[in-house]
Design a protein around this ligand. Structure first.
Ligand code: F6R
Length: 242
């Protein structure tokens, strides 16, 4: 695990974009893993800038999302599929059909999770997985107590995560209780895990994940176990490190 601390989120986004640009320019069939939420916003903006101004192309890439809410209407703007469409697919030249996420409206969520896990394997696995970290130490939607070997599956969000994500909805009640998420084992299979965190609100979770025990109580602590993890922090997110 390498930990890189830079003054601002714009600088961590630029470094993350360098890693992704190298992959796109060197691999004929790159596979990206996409996170949602606020953290990757500056990275997606930087990739968009490099696409528009620097000719960086995504036409040969495929992408898999980390997670999705269960039960939101197909046209809800906060479905992660809609967020990724707005922030990634509509801005870059990656074909819309090359971007997949678990289907939160699937009639059989367990079968859908198995299908999704297999789709990642069939694509050859994820080359670079972008991830954030929850204030409670979750990664994707693997809440504290998630099995370290877990695969894509339905999960229940805990109260703190629903509270954290209420800012995207009109009320706390509207935040879904259930999600489909890649598991810790799924994320562990990615060839390069790029974990980003910014802001003081993440400092405690980051310190637990990086310097606490490798344990299900802090799912993001799997970065310690990952064969190739890069943790990109702004100074505020790094402020709890020893
Ligand atoms: C999103 C995801 C979550 C977020 C985490 C941090 O796809 O998997 O784990 O990365 O909740 O969210 P933000 O970035 O909004 O603070």
């Amino acid at each position: 695990m390498e930990v890189i601390v830079l003054p601002t989120p714009l600088e961590t986004a630029a470094l993350a974009a360098d890693i992704i640009e190298t992959l796109l320019r060197t691999k004929p069939d790159p596979v990206l893993g996409l996170a949602t939420g606020s953290t990757p916003g500056p990275l997606y903006e930087e990739l968009t800038r490099r696409h528009k101004d620097g000719g960086l192309s995504f036409t040969h890439a495929r992408a898999f999302m980390l997670d999705e809410y269960v039960g939101l209407p197909k046209d809800h703007p906060e479905r992660y599929a809609a967020v990724i469409q707005r922030e990634v697919t509509d801005r870059l030249d990656i074909p819309a059909t090359a971007v997949q996420g678990p289907d939160g409206s699937a009639e059989d969520p367990i079968a859908e999770c198995a299908r999704y896990e297999q789709a990642i394997i069939d694509a050859g696995g994820i080359d670079v997985q972008i991830a954030g970290i929850g204030s409670n130490g979750h990664i994707a939607f693997n809440e504290p107590g998630s099995a370290l070997t877990s695969l894509t599956r339905p999960k229940t969000l805990n109260a703190r995560t629903r509270q954290d994500n209420a800012r995207f909805f009109s009320s706390l009640d509207e935040v879904p209780r259930h999600v489909l998420t890649q598991g810790l084992g799924t994320i562990g299979r990615s060839r390069h895990l790029l974990m980003l965190a910014s802001g003081e609100g993440k400092a405690e979770a980051v310190a637990q994940a990086l310097e606490g025990p490798l344990a299900a109580v802090c799912p993001a602590s799997i970065v310690q176990l990952h064969r190739h993890a890069t943790v990109l922090l702004d100074e505020a997110a790094a402020s709890g490190l020893r």
